[in-house]
Design a protein around this ligand. Structure first.
Ligand code: 13P
Length: 258
């Protein structure tokens, strides 16, 4: 259940623009077999395949799966002349229960702005999906020490007009930490921004996740940062063994924390 502080650790992956349908479905099938109907106690996994594989991945996970399937993006309008786009109702029709919004790759390359992020959050909430709102600062902002202010402004814009944010997840993903060219953060480097997010929004959103160069090695330390409710992972979770290892880490981290 999503209310106030998330009772479980969120561990999710976006496949970004990787995997064929067969590869994505094989991942989902193995995940289903490994987790069974009850999943991992205290952990809420989610998988965001490419749109081409969403329906098949959702079907392979099965109805009532402990793993949420979701979309990496969706348009703010329900339908219309928006060539190449997919709406939130269409994503939901394909099995999405969560929709990622405002990833830095989309902001950098596809014209995503705070304004479009806000419209997409509203659409996701209108249609009963969980919006996973990405925020994060570029290296220059980080170097100037302005990370928290930058990220808080992004999230304030995303949640503008949202009365009930209990379904919203926030993913703090510093741009300088993401992907092949990213630099793995020391836990202390993200602590201030996570604390700022927690202080500003922690009591009203469903959870605050960290993403960017998460690995099996650093996952426990990043989960240990005060205010981090989960991890949003790219490369380290694209092999099923990596994803399962991260789920196990989250399960044991929770036990340690309580
Ligand atoms: P990496 O884990 O590959 O750095 O990617 C993080 C990310 O962008 C998740 O959306």
């Amino acid at each position: 259940m999503l209310s106030g502080r998330a009772p479980a650790r969120w561990i999710g992956t976006s496949f970004k623009m990787t995997k064929t349908r067969a590869e994505a479905v094989a991942f989902a099938r193995t995940l289903r077999e490994a987790l069974g109907p009850d999943g991992v106690p205290g952990v809420r996994p989610f998988v965001l395949p490419p749109a081409t594989a969403l329906a098949e991945v959702a079907a392979a996970l099965g109805p009532g799966s402990p793993v949420l399937a979701g979309a990496q993006n969706a348009h703010w309008e329900d339908a219309g002349p928006w060539t190449g786009e997919i709406s939130v109702p269409q994503a939901a029709d394909a099995g999405a229960r969560i929709v990622e919004i405002g990833h830095s790759e989309r902001r950098a390359h596809f014209g995503e702005t705070d304004a479009t992020v806000r419209l997409k959050v509203a659409s996701a909430l209108r249609h009963g999906l969980i919006p996973l709102v990405c925020c994060g600062e570029e290296a220059g902002v980080h170097a100037r020490g302005d990370s928290a202010a930058h990220v808080l402004a992004q999230v304030a814009a995303a949640l503008d007009g949202v009365e009930d944010a209990t379904r919203v997840l926030i993913a703090y993903e510093p741009v300088w930490a993401i992907g092949e060219r990213g630099r793995e953060p020391h836990p202390g480097e993200i602590a201030d921004v996570v604390a700022a997010l927690r202080d500003a929004h922690g009591s009203r959103v469903g959870g605050i996740l960290y993403g960017g160069s998460v690995t099996e090695r650093n996952a426990a330390a990043l989960l240990g940062v005060d205010g981090v409710d989960g991890l949003f992972v790219g490369r380290a979770a694209w092999r099923i063994e990596g994803f399962l290892a991260l789920l196990a880490t989250a399960a044991s981290a929770r036990v340690t924390a309580s």
